[in-house]
Write a protein that binds this ligand. Structure first.
Ligand code: F3S
Length: 65
């Protein structure tokens, strides 16, 4: 499962990191970064984080990495 943060959209709101701090990190550049590839078992957490992003910058690709 791959997760992408669109840096054209991300405004650093940090909701993704608040929901899943082991997966997302807002860095000094002001954008969220995905820390690692994910196991499909983490899908609920990732989708919850994506749903919390107010600008819908997070895309979840459920296909195996
Ligand atoms: Fe960016 Fe959305 Fe997270 S704006 S910091 S991807 S909550």
């Amino acid at each position: 499962m791959r997760v992408f943060v669109d840096h054209q959209l991300c405004q650093g709101h940090g909701q993704c990191e608040a929901e899943a701090p082991d997966i997302f990190e807002v860095r000094d550049d002001g954008f969220a970064h995905v820390l690692r590839d994910l196991d499909v078992t983490e899908s609920p957490t990732v989708h919850a984080a994506a749903a919390r992003c107010p600008v819908e910058a997070i895309t979840v690709d459920a296909a195996p990495a």
